[in-house]
Every structure is written in C-alpha cells, then in structure tokens.
Ligand binder design. Structure first.
Ligand code: NAP
Length: 273
C-alpha cells in the first residue's frame, strides 16, 4: 500500500482523508490518505522518513505552509511565485513543493461562471491561502486588488510581493473603503470557521452588486455568505475550491485524472455530517 499524508498541527477535523480515500477507492488504487499531526520541531524527522518509505507525497496545512519552504529539495513554479506550499510530491527520492490552492480557487470561480478579468477585487486575509488567491486573480487579469488584513504588516508584505510580480496592477493595502465598490470580495481568513460560525471578517456592509467567495467550508453557509446573500450578492462557498485543489494534488501524486464528482460527494457528505 502507498501512503499520502496531511501534515499540520493539529489536523484532527480535516475533510481531505474522506475525499482522497474515496478517490483512491473509485479508481481501485491500494493507496491510503492519513493524518499526520506534528509540531514544527518534528518536521525534519518526519520528512526524512517520507523520503525513505512508501509515502508518495503530502498535503501541508496550518501552520506549516511557510516553514516547509526551507525543508524541501525544490519548489515548482506556482509555489515559488505564490510563496506557499500546500502539496509535496516525491520525485526520484526528492521532495518537491507545489501549490494547488490557486488552481482550486480559479476552478471554483469557473464552476460558478465568474470571470475575474477586469474586476475590482478585495481579498480579506494575507496568509497562505490569500497569497494563492491574489496571485491567481492577478494572473487572471483582475483590474485592481485590495488586500485587507488584521495584521497590517502582513498585508503590506503581500502587497509588495504582488507589486514586484505585477508592476502595472492597481494594488491597495488595508484600504477598507475599497470594499464598498468591489465586484468580488473573497474571505481568505479563517474567521467564520466552525465553531466560531457567527463571526464575519467583513468590516462594513456588503455592496449590493458584489460576488462573495468564502474559502471557509465548514460550515458551508457562513455568516459572511449569509450577510452577502441578504445584500443581494451572488455567493460561492469553499467546498468547490477544496475539491479542485485536492483533485490537482491527486493528479500530482498519482499521474491520473481525479474522479472529481466522487470527491465532491465525499467532501459534501463529510461537511454535512
Ligand atoms: P493562515 O496562513 O493561518 O492565515 C490566516 C488568515 O486569517 C490571516 O490573514 C489572519 O490574519 C486571519 N485571521 C485569523 N484569525 C483572525 C481574526 N480573529 N480576525 C481577523 N483575521 C483573522 O491560514 P490559511 O492557510 O491562509 O487559511 C485561511 C482560511 O482559508 C482557513 O479558514 C482555511 O481553512 C481556508 N482555506 C480553504 C481552502 C479551500 O480549499 N476552501 C484552501 C486553503 C485555505 P493575521 O495575519 O492578522 O493573523
């Protein structure tokens, strides 16, 4: 049997094992996706074991996405530009870091028939997921991107990195007023995640015409999305992104197309449990 792990600390409530194991089973593969909950100091030892044994790869989640960079043998183009790794693949005994969050986000927008080209976008958050989202939107031709984050210095850092990569893009940092005329508002913070489902990161009322995208998927209907819906906005929850980033990771590990519908079913069942 081959193994893939989700490495984080803690990782007890993840949906990924149900989703990935359903995909392996659907394709008749004797593979297992399991949780690996380890603190930062145990990472070098864990990765040494991954290099040796029958582990094919990993997903990486909070709080190890940034620390992973120093421990890898190489990083793929998307992970290098975004500055965050969520997937590791073992190739010829080497550990390569990749990022599938940006792909998952864009694919979920496509499913909802949202075309971000020319849009004024506001992104709440400046962590690993926000990095993937702003790079995906910049690459997709957004007209402007506003980054709003609790810790101003993190937003500034991300804004500077984005300016380096996209010098002609209109970028603003912590300008709350930019939310009022945004076409697309993305929650890339962890605010609103269960068990704090009554919290919202939105610092002002929702503009009427905006589309609201919440990366949080537990619960599916967050306070952020409820408020947006009440203001008449189109809403997109985090389930589609979760499934599509997982499907892209599946392809990197196995070389096979993921059974996306099977993964959707398994993920939905797990969230609603
Ligand atoms: P992260 O790197 O730890 O970043 C967390 C972000 O949330 C930071 O911007 C942080 O602000 C902000 N934040 C946390 N608590 C806050 C609070 N009480 N008030 C205001 N801001 C707060 O985490 P991440 O990897 O970016 O993940 C962020 C969220 O996206 C999580 O809910 C995660 O589950 C979700 N996610 C979903 C998918 C998907 O496929 N749907 C994929 C990736 C991530 P500070 O900088 O001020 O700390």
């Amino acid at each position: 049997m081959k193994h893939v792990y989700l490495l984080g600390y803690p990782v007890a409530h993840s949906i990924s094992p149900a989703m990935q194991n359903a995909a392996f089973a659907a394709l008749g593969m004797n593979w297992e996706y399991a949780l690996l909950s380890l603190p930062r100091e145990d990472l070098p030892r864990a990765l040494a074991r991954v290099r040796r044994d029958d582990c094919i790869g990993l997903n990486v989640t909070i709080p190890h996405k940034a620390a992973m960079f120093e421990l890898l043998d190489d990083v793929g183009e998307s992970a290098r530009r975004i500055g965050a790794v969520n997937t590791l693949v073992k190739r010829d005994g080497k550990l390569i870091g990749e990022n599938t969050d940006a792909y998952g986000f864009m694919q979920s927008l496509r499913d909802a028939r949202v075309e971000p080209r020319g849009m004024r976008v506001a992104v709440l958050g400046a962590g690993g997921a926000a990095r993937a989202v702003v790079f995906a939107l910049a690459e997709a031709g957004a007209a402007s991107i506003a980054i709003v984050n609790r810790t101003a210095s993190r937003a500034e850092l991300l804004g500077d990195k984005l300016k380096d990569e996209f010098p002609r893009l209109d970028i603003s940092v912590n300008a709350v007023e930019s939310l009022r005329d945004a076409n697309l508002i993305v929650n890339a913070t962890s605010v609103g995640m269960s068990p704090n489902a009554d919290n919202s990161p939105m610092p002002c009322a929702f503009p009427r015409q905006a589309i609201a995208f919440d990366l949080v998927y537990r619960p599916l209907q967050t306070r952020f999305l409820r408020d947006a819906q009440q203001a008449g906005a189109q809403t997109i929850n985090g389930l589609g992104m979760l499934v599509h980033q997982g499907a892209a990771s599946f392809k990197l590990w196995t070389g096979r197309d993921a059974p996306v519908e099977v993964m959707f079913e398994a993920a939905r069942r797990e969230v609603e449990r």
